[in-house]
Design a protein around this ligand. Structure first.
Ligand code: 1CP
Length: 358
């Protein structure tokens, strides 16, 4: 399956810092509630979780944005919380609220009981979705598999859902660092197995979302998040550069750590909009590709303003990268929101391709 040549391999080439005809673009949360066809499929499934757990419907919503926009990659429709759900925490979505766990981590004894889920039984629905999507993409664009970072997953496991100040998980890390490291170690084992299984099922690139790494102080970030990102980058199979699925480490607020992230062995670092791409490119110094980083809120502005900001980001990257556009994957600095306009998303994608044509 992985030997099938791709009709559009811009995204994989950019991740390897090879020349491309245009800068590739995909968007975090490109499948989701801003698309009416997504809302219809979700209604048909009954709920978000029933949608994510149904491989045929998960495939359908993965492909929906690609039918509208000439995106250069598909991303598996799933969630970062499938892993702790498979570890037995009982994921659910209360009406109108975010994700929650029935059995959050409350003690060191809860942590001792955790094990790594079996990828082809407990998370079979994810691997079936990957296989179904690869079949349906039929070599058009590559498929991105993903996981949450150990720290970000642990935030939800300990907080029991989203949080304003991460008081429970930070208290655990401060009061009982050994228990926190045990939790992060088990979650990291699960994340590595999960990413390997997605690659084996057909994912051609892998992204780790460290959405909440930026809420940590520098010393806590290095101890409780970075260390585990480095382990993931080191332990995923190397291959010969062509057979390994390129790894993207995305984090919000990760700009103080670009040096360490670029040295981790990952193929690319994803950044949010609070750092200029030129600065980021200079600091990365050609060691990895760079993904990002338009402020998602730009999508509420006019198509003209979106085009201007896309041009600014593309040129900023080029100027910081020694005059070359190579090694850039265009994306937002975080995900699309449900009230964004599909027409504006289309304007963004067109602007990236037009303004970056070599
Ligand atoms: O009602 C709905 O339809 C639920 C909304 C939703 C969607 C569309 C959730 C619940 N998850 C998803 C899909 C999803 N989640 C994808 C799909 C692929 C894509 O098109 O990009 C991905 C990659 C994720 C990853 C994810 N889930 C992250 C990391 C990325 C990020 O946005 O920072 C996080 C933090 C989550 C947790 C989560 N799941 C869902 C929600 C609403 C949240 C955020 C909760 C919070 O704010 O704490």
């Amino acid at each position: 399956m992985s030997s099938q040549p791709l009709a559009n391999d811009r995204f994989l080439r950019a991740l390897r810092r090879q020349p491309v005809d245009r800068t590739p673009v995909w968007l975090m949360r490109q499948a989701g509630r801003y698309l009416p066809e997504y809302r219809a499929t979700r209604a048909q499934a009954g709920s978000f979780l029933q949608l994510a757990k149904n491989p045929e419907l998960a495939c359908e919503v993965t492909l929906q944005p690609l039918r509208r926009f000439p995106l250069d990659a598909a991303i598996l429709f799933s969630d970062i919380l499938t892993v702790p759900d498979a570890m037995g925490l009982g994921l659910y979505f209360a009406d109108g609220e975010g994700p929650k766990f029935e059995r959050p981590i409350r003690s060191a004894a809860d942590i001792d009981k955790l094990g790594v889920p079996d990828m082809e039984t407990d998370l079979r629905y994810v691997m079936d979705a990957v296989r179904t999507i690869r079949r349906e993409l039929n070599g058009s664009v590559p498929l991105i598999g993903f996981s949450g970072s150990p720290w970000t997953i642990a935030c939800y496991m300990v907080e029991g859902g989203g949080s304003d100040n991460y008081s429970k998980v930070k208290s655990l890390a401060l009061n009982d660092p050994a228990a926190m490291h045990k939790l992060l170690g088990t979650v990291t084992d699960a994340v590595i197995a999960y990413l390997k299984a997605q690659h084996a099922a057909g994912a051609q690139a892998l992204q780790v979302f460290d959405t909440w790494g930026g809420v940590l102080s520098p010393s806590m970030y290095r101890e409780f998040s970075l260390r585990y990102l480095q382990r993931i980058a080191a332990e995923l199979p190397r291959g010969d550069g062509e057979t390994r699925a390129p790894l993207i480490l995305f984090g919000k607020g990760n700009d103080p750590y670009l040096d360490e992230l670029a040295a981790s062995g990952a193929e690319a670092v994803g950044v949010d909009w609070t750092i200029g791409l030129g600065d980021a490119a200079r600091r990365i110094g050609g060691r990895t590709a760079l993904q990002g980083n338009l402020d998602p809120v730009t999508l509420y502005a006019s198509p003209e303003a979106i085009r201007r900001e896309v041009g600014r980001a593309l040129d900023d990257y080029r100027d910081g990268n020694g005059g070359s556009r190579e090694g850039h994957v265009f994306n937002l600095g975080h995900g699309l929101s449900p009230d964004m306009s599909p027409e504006h998303v289309g304007a963004l994608v067109a602007a990236v391709h037009e303004l970056s044509a070599r």
